[in-house]
Design a binder for this molecule. Structure first.
Ligand SMILES: *[C@@H]1O[C@H](CO)[C@@H](O)[C@H](O)[C@H]1NC(C)=O
Ligand SMILES: *[C@@H]1O[C@H](CO)[C@@H](O)[C@H](O)[C@H]1NC(C)=O
Ligand SMILES: *[C@@H]1O[C@H](CO)[C@@H](O)[C@H](O)[C@H]1NC(C)=O
Ligand SMILES: *[C@@H]1O[C@H](CO)[C@@H](O)[C@H](O)[C@H]1NC(C)=O
Length: 488
């Protein structure tokens, strides 16, 4: 009897849920279609300059360098000049140049930097999808308003409008080693998917929508080579891979110049003069401050201060409006030894044996950096800070150096949906919990995409070495950027 009642109740509940779902869908659909709401999106006239025909006004002290194709070739060759270093996707990463954090500290702080520029009204749409809007008119149209949407929960959907740029076309920004279209790979069906979160409205990413939203703003990616992939993806997405965009190299104003003897600078900074938007990337694989232990020794070891954020991040934070941090794949003994990094806490080599274990050291660092960042946000009211959760590796039948591979080419062979509410990266989730730093949670959704890695097609791979860590571009990092766009 009890069971029957319960069953009945359950089916009633189910039908209510179903009806609610249908209504919700209709409302969202109506919301997307209704012209009323388009009035909340600023008209394109609000551009100072038309995006296509640009003659940039130069206001920076140092004459900006305009990016020619040749220059970019060199940007690419920065990678190939790694040829001396065997391709070593340790955990899939190149031995990257290290420890030049200190060079930036010579760089004077820009006194003109204006922290705390608040976002213009075009942010509206994003805070609606965040479920944070306080605008009554808008919220009456959005039934999902109260529910904080979780961008990480949802599914991959086939979409002919993907990818957002061609892997043949974005030579200006894309490293050859990640441009799978330029390799022997023949199967590209993986490019034609987009991520649909279950409860969130995903705005269409277009270069002009992005630049409009980021007008007079600076977006900084700081992290390891996976962060660099996201940076390259972003440059390709904004420009659509076309070389007609006018983009200025302003690396110098961030101290991002190639040091003598270095293979490449520690990062890059580019400005879109039409909207005065800067996109930059800085290589900081651990997010820690690295301090040379003997400045006069070119082969010096470095103190890796687990309790101090990277100097570059600390120094330039006032100039950023959006910052996306990541770390993860350099936290292993081999990487620390190869990079001559020695873990320090409180200004001294780690004495605590528990903390000396790498997993604990990483956890400690991520928590420390997030705590510090959270403490900075009140001083920079316009700042949106994200921590990107770990990008999953897909080595099967071995690791990167023991014949591991990722040979599947069939998209989503292991399923297309993420149903869990929590992140698959508990360290990242825990570290941002209770802070104003947002989690850019890409772990579980990327986990479903084992077919999207560079795999054996890497142009520099030694025989038998697969890269099941880095992603083909266009590819999964584009989705990370779409999710980022939805949240800024
Ligand atoms: C949403 O964005 C608008 C425009 O920037 C801002 O005034 C408002 O405070 C934001 N709302 C929330 C809840 O962040
Ligand atoms: C460009 O944007 C920066 C912030 O990223 C701002 O400080 C600067 O004043 C802007 N420049 C112009 C010419 O508007
Ligand atoms: C620092 O490095 C220089 C050059 O290798 C060396 O001569 C010097 O002895 C080192 N200093 C210390 C304190 O180890
Ligand atoms: C990471 O550090 C935090 C803060 O100290 C701690 O609460 C948490 O339990 C740690 N997590 C792991 C997996 O060690």
């Amino acid at each position: 009897m009890k069971g029957a009642t319960a069953n009945k109740l359950r089916s009633v509940k189910l039908s209510i849920t179903l009806i609610a779902l249908i209504c919700t869908t209709l409302l969202i659909w109506a919301w997307e279609k209704t012209p009323l709401l388009t009035s909340f999106i600023p008209p394109s006239e609000s551009f100072d300059v038309e995006l296509s025909m640009v003659s940039p006004v130069i206001r920076s002290e140092a004459p900006p360098t305009y990016i020619s194709f040749e220059h970019q070739q060199q940007h690419l060759e920065d990678d190939s000049s790694k040829a001396g270093t065997p391709y070593n996707p340790v955990n899939g990463l190149y031995e990257e140049n290290e420890g030049t954090d200190t060079t930036t500290s010579k760089d004077p702080v820009d006194k003109n930097a204006q922290p705390g520029i608040s976002f213009p009204p075009e942010v509206m749409l994003s805070n609606i999808s965040d479920g944070e809007t306080q605008d009554d008119i808008v919220s009456s149209w959005v039934p999902l308003k109260k529910k904080e949407c979780n961008y990480a929960k949802g599914k991959w959907i086939a979409d002919e409008r993907r990818p957002l740029y061609s892997g043949f076309g974005c030579k200006q920004w894309l490293s050859e080693m990640w441009a799978c279209r330029l390799t022997q790979r023949t199967d590209f069906s993986f490019e034609k998917y987009r991520w649909q979160p279950e409860n969130c409205v995903m705005p269409d990413f277009t270069g002009s929508a992005f630049l409009t939203r980021m007008k007079h703003k600076t977006l900084a990616f700081i992290g390891d080579s996976l962060g660099r992939q996201q940076f390259q993806s972003m440059m390709c997405m904004i420009t659509g891979g076309r070389q007609t965009y006018v983009v200025q190299d302003i690396g110098r104003s961030y101290g991002l110049v190639k040091a003598r003897g270095a293979i490449r600078p520690d990062g890059w900074a580019y400005r879109f003069p039409t909207t005065n938007t800067t996109i930059l990337y800085y290589w900081s694989a651990s997010l820690c401050e690295l301090e040379p232990l003997n400045r006069s020794d070119p082969a010096t070891h470095y103190a890796m201060h687990l309790d101090r954020p990277a100097t570059f991040l600390k120094h330039f934070l006032p100039r950023f409006h959006v910052v996306i941090l990541n770390t993860g794949h350099h936290w292993n003994r081999g990487k620390l030894i190869a990079n001559h990094w020695e873990m320090y806490v409180g200004g001294k080599p780690i004495a605590d044996r528990r903390l000396a274990q790498i997993a604990n050291a990483k956890n400690f660092t991520v928590y420390s950096v997030m705590k510090w960042l959270d403490s900075q946000i009140p001083h920079h009211p316009g700042l949106k800070a994200f921590f990107r959760s770990i990008s999953p590796r897909h080595f099967a039948n071995g690791d990167w150096n023991t014949g591991g591979s990722c040979d599947n080419t069939a998209p989503l062979a292991g399923g297309s949906e993420v149903t869990q509410d929590s992140s698959s990266d508990p360290v990242a989730e825990g570290a941002v919990f209770g802070t104003k730093v947002k989690l850019l949670d890409i772990t579980a959704l990327s986990q479903l995409r084992d077919e999207c890695h560079v795999s054996k097609y890497s142009i520099k791979a030694s025989a038998g070495v697969n890269d099941c860590l880095h992603w083909c571009l266009p590819g999964v990092p584009d989705t990370w950027n779409e999710l980022l766009f939805a949240q800024i």
